[in-house]
Ligand binder design. Structure first.
Ligand code: PFF
Length: 482
């Protein structure tokens, strides 16, 4: 049996430290900003249902696989995949999977930081009472003029990137661990307060049914964002799995899977911690936060006759309305955006950690320098997103296939969440059950090979997960047409 490795970057101080950090990575803009707006654009209930199924049959098995691989390798994803590839009698080319993740994380952070910058700006705006007693139109136009101003976006993007690099530079337990300990519970409580507020709007039940009552036509046939069906020349609705892909991509995105973030966090996980249990806790907490965010937002959307398919501005155009009208709104609003920034912060550090750890391991660069180098490069790429909302609003860089009419931001988002992460996740699943031996994975998962829990994981990861991903991809590239 292989001797257990240790990580040169340090280790989490306990199981809970890992759970908090991994939950910190999982819970972020994906839950509170992205989930509501893509659910709104892609048909509500049916979309949410598919997303939940994907979490269960793809997300949890892959999360276990990623943590397991990470802890087995105890290095940056690139080196871990390189070593385990050789150790399993396959090839060192598995390192390319690590690289795919490094690039994906890097690209995601470039736009993630811009959106987190919006939240930073909203801390200031809510604290200064901008939204007090404002109506829906004014809240929307405040948002519109903010994102229309490239200098403002640039400023907040820069600030957020600096915050991220500051924590990454301090390393695993010094920086990452301390930050998340109080923030996650805080975020949870404020979301509950927001749901409580939504409960008192007239449209709570309409919000709930939008979120939880599946209407499969909205999911399976082409439509305008949040609206009318698109018909073919003979006037029929057009079948597509594209929205299913978005739900699946989001399951990866929201759980931070498919790019090595959870793998590298797993590499700092002490031995003798149950990977299965921790995965359930992380996925459960993440899902709960997303559903709470949806339950807080959609009632406000309907109570104010807003469009659920508004797109990326959705939470910035709905929640301030609520804060502007509720007692103590300035306080709760400020607190909400502060916590959102923290949630984004604890995710962003995991997006860049694989790249930084690689620089430290392979190039002998000191952690602080490595963070500055990566942070700067990522900041530069972020400019593409900064300008996507204003001066390049009509620039469509890759105007073909699924990238038609997509701005730089849209392209980066689609490419990473819907293609790179599912592809990375698929490869991780394949590696963990088709390449690694049962002996190694059972040993690292700390389950007996004949245990039913182990076999459930094994067969799900071996068949269900890859088939689900392949079917959706197959439809995307036109190989599978139903
Ligand atoms: N899971 C994060 C969110 O939902 O906001 C985003 C994310 C973090 C995606 C880390 C991928 C990742 F590796």
């Amino acid at each position: 049996m292989v001797r257990k490795r240790t990580s040169m970057h340090g280790q989490w101080s306990s199981r809970w430290a890992f759970i908090l950090a991994a939950t910190g990575s999982a819970v972020g803009l994906g839950n509170i900003w992205k989930f509501p707006y893509i659910a709104g654009e892609n048909g509500g209930g049916a979309f949410v249902l598919v997303y939940l199924i994907c979490i269960a049959i793809i997300g949890i098995p892959i999360m276990m696989a990623e943590i397991m691989i990470g802890r087995r390798g105890r290095q940056s994803p690139v080196n871990t995949m390189y070593n385990l590839g050789i150790e399993s009698g396959s090839t060192s080319h598995w390192k390319w999977l690590g690289w795919l993740g490094v690039v994906a994380g890097f690209l995601i952070l470039s736009y993630y930081s811009v959106i987190a910058g919006w939240a930073l700006n909203y801390v200031l705006e809510t604290a200064s009472g901008t939204f007090t007693a404002m109506n829906a139109e004014a809240v929307s136009s405040t948002f519109g003029s903010f994102v229309g101003n490239p200098m403002a976006l640039l400023f907040w993007h820069t600030l957020f990137m600096m915050l991220t690099m500051f924590v990454v530079a301090r390393g695993v337990s010094g920086g990452l661990e301390k930050a998340v300990r109080f923030l996650m519970p805080g975020l949870f409580i404020i979301l509950l307060i927001m749901v409580g507020y939504a409960l008192n709007t007239d449209e709570f039940s309409r919000g709930l049914s939008f979120l939880f009552e599946p209407n499969f036509d909205n999911l399976l046939y082409k439509h305008q964002p949040g609206g009318e069906f698109i018909l073919n020349t003979s006037g029929e609705k057009i079948f597509t799995l594209e929205y299913v892909l978005i739900a699946m991509g989001h399951a990866f995105f929201t759980l931070s899977l498919g790019m090595g973030a959870i793998m590298i966090y797993g590499s700092y996980l002490p031995n003798r911690v149950s990977i299965a249990k921790t995965s359930f806790i992380i996925a459960g907490a993440d899902t709960l936060v997303a559903l709470l965010a949806g339950m807080a937002i959609f009632p406000i959307v309907f109570a104010n006759n807003l469009d659920p398919g508004k797109g990326p501005g959705l939470i910035f155009e709905t929640l301030p309305l609520a804060f502007g009208h509720m007692p103590g709104g300035v306080f709760f609003g400020t607190l909400f955006f502060v916590l959102l920034v923290f949630a984004a912060w604890s995710s962003s550090i995991s997006l860049i950690e694989p790249a930084v750890a690689w620089l430290v391991e392979n190039k002998g660069v000191q952690r602080v320098r490595a963070s500055v180098i990566m942070g700067f490069a990522c900041w530069l790429v972020g400019l593409l997103t900064v300008f996507s909302f204003n001066i390049w609003e009509k620039v469509y860089p890759l105007n073909f296939w699924k990238f038609k009419n997509k701005t730089f931001f849209d392209v980066l988002d689609y490419l990473t969440a819907n293609i790179m992460l599912p592809l990375g996740g698929l490869a991780i699943a394949v590696f963990s059950v088709w390449i690694m031996s049962r002996g190694s994975s059972a040993d690292e998962l700390e389950m007996p090979e004949n245990a039913s829990a182990y076999n459930l994981w094994y067969y799900m990861t071996r068949y269900a997960t890859p088939i689900a991903v392949l079917v959706v991809f197959g439809n995307l590239v036109g190989l599978i047409d139903f």
